[in-house]
Each structure stands twice: as C-alpha cells, then as structure tokens.
Design a protein around this ligand. Sequence first.
Ligand SMILES: NC(=O)c1ccc[n+]([C@@H]2O[C@H](COP(=O)([O-])OP(=O)(O)OC[C@H]3O[C@@H](n4cnc5c(N)ncnc54)[C@H](OP(=O)(O)O)[C@@H]3O)[C@@H](O)[C@H]2O)c1
Length: 326
Amino acid sequence: MHYRRLGRSGLQVSELSLGSWVTYHNQVDTSAATEMLAAAMDAGVNCFDNAEVYASGQSEVVMGQAFKALKWPRLNYIVSTKFFWGLSREGNTINRMDTLNRKYLMQAIDGSLSRMGLDFIDLVYCHRPDPATPIEETVRAMSDMITQGKALYWGTSEWDAGEIRAAWDIAERHHLHKPVMEQPQYHLFHRQRVETEYARLYEDIGLGLTTWSPLASGLLTGKYRDGIPSGSRGAMASMSYLAKSLTDERKRAAVTRLEGIAAELDSSVAQLAIAWVAKNPRVSTVITGASKLAQLQANLGAVDVIAKLTPEVMARIDAISAPLAA
Ligand SMILES: NC(=O)c1ccc[n+]([C@@H]2O[C@H](COP(=O)([O-])OP(=O)(O)OC[C@H]3O[C@@H](n4cnc5c(N)ncnc54)[C@H](OP(=O)(O)O)[C@@H]3O)[C@@H](O)[C@H]2O)c1
C-alpha cells in the first residue's frame, strides 16, 4: 500500500480506503465490520469512510463499536463522516429540507461524535451542496467545527467546481479553515467531473479527491453479467434505482471485454477497475466498499495492479470504457 497526501494537506492517506455505505448495519454487523476493518488495516488501509445518513446513523454506531473493539491507537487511523440529509425529521420545523445551515451542522457533528464514541472526526464533508444556505454560512460552520477540535479537515461531496471554488475563496478571504478535499463518484463509467470539471482546482486550490463507487456499485466486478444475482446490492429493494445501470447491455459487454485485459494482467476485472481509479494522480484515496470479507481481501489486491497499468494498457481500457462514460 502506498500513501498519498490528501490534496495539499500534510495528511497521508492510504491509496485505498474502506467505506460503509449500504453495508454497515444492513449487510455487515459489528462483528463482521470489526473483522473487515482489521483486515483492511493489516493491508495498510488507514482511512475509513462513513456518513450520518448511512443506515440512519447506525452505520456510525457499527463503525464506532468496531473501533472500540479493535483498540487501535487513535493516531493510526483516519475516519470520516458526512452531513446533509439529517436524521430525525419528525416535528422538525427548522430543517424541513436537506440543509447545510449552521444550526444543523453544529448539532450534526455532536451526533456523529456521540454515535461513533470519538472525541474528534478526522475528515468531515458537506455531503451535497445546499443552494438554500449561503456558502459563507456553511464555510464558517465547517471551519468552526475544526476550531472547536471536533474535526480536523473539511471538504465537500458532489459540489460543482464553482461551489468548491467559492467556498475556498470565502475561507481564504476570512482566514477560515479551507476545504481540503472533495468526494466525487469516479469510476470507468463516470469521469467527467474528476477529469474535466475539476481540472483547474487541483493546482489552483490544491484540491484532494477521495473518490467513491470504484466498482459502479458492483457492475465492474462482472457479477451482473447474467442479470441481478440474489444477495447482491442490485437485488436490494432500497437500491432498485441502480438496476437500470447495473443491467445496461453496453456496459455489461464492456465489462466482459475488460475482463480479457484483466486476465492478461493476472488480475480480476474488479481489481483492474479499482487500480484504474488509483492510477489517476489527482485521486488521494479510492474509497472501496465490500459486503463480505472475501470481497475486501480480493479488492485490496488492486494495489499490485496499479503498476501494471502501462500507457498501452490504459489506452486499451480507455477505448472500451470512455465511450460509455458520463
Ligand atoms: N459521497 C457520496 O455521496 C458517496 C456515495 C456512495 C458511496 N460513497 C462512499 O464510497 C464507498 C464505496 O462505494 P461503493 O460501496 O458504492 O463502492 P463499489 O466498489 O462501487 O461497490 C461496492 C459493492 O460492490 C460489491 N462488491 C465489491 N467487491 C466485490 C467483489 N470483489 N466481488 C463481488 N462483488 C463485490 C459489494 O456489493 P454486494 O455484495 O452487496 O453486491 C460491495 O458492497 C462507500 O462505502 C461510501 O463510503 C460515498
């Protein structure tokens, strides 16, 4: 495992990290999470991603219990969470909508700290942009979380380039803590934002990326070749919105062709897809996901595939995937 700076910050993150969306609480209980976190740490992973909204707060509870069981020195791991959708809506006339207002954010961090049983969270994100709150209000609240010692670095997720730059400029102008990283979707079939829209931000403001869904929710493992297998993410009722993309005929055919390239590299197509994301030097860490220990162990093997992605191999991968990429 190699380590990269999180954008222009001094923080060294492992090139692969592990996230808990969909899995923790629903597919992965505390004991399985503990086992998977331990396996990831053994392989050199130091970065673990979560969000307040995952399993309505229960994903943070599971991860917090696993950290407690593992008794790792706090210096040895980086944990992140994200805010936007909020939890309880009942009787809440203040935050009727998804928000990044100050009242919500200042209480949300306290909720996450309590669910995880931690004194501080390393990385906190604004999980989506909120056009109904002035960016300055959000920037000040995120910066205050850091000043109060409740978080160490802050960033955004799925903000557009203009919003990220506006947040950075406000922080610069007012000497506040600046956003350090963005968490965008990035995989072989989803590229535009990382490769084009954010292009100027990497040098201009030192933006780091912690990218999500390297396997397009599992499509890039080849498991959806003959339809949606039972027990997979695509078969979950709550994930039915993914079905169209997971069963897209052109993408499935592309995955089959990518499997041919992966085989030449003694790799699985999943490892190839994860390595392809990590190959991009703008990516600080690739957040992987797994519902089972065996998946995680297999996916961690992607670190050995990165060096095999020569310009010639990258061009062949591009020829297959780029025409289908959003
Ligand atoms: N900021 C955001 O808005 C945002 C959004 C989404 C995700 N994220 C973060 O990014 C992390 C990763 O996203 P993701 O879970 O969508 O990643 P992904 O790598 O695209 O999908 C992971 C899923 O694919 C399946 N899978 C993984 N490895 C496999 C293998 N070797 N063989 C067969 N199936 C395999 C598993 O699902 P099944 O076994 O259930 O099929 C697993 O849960 C999340 O946990 C979260 O931390 C952030």
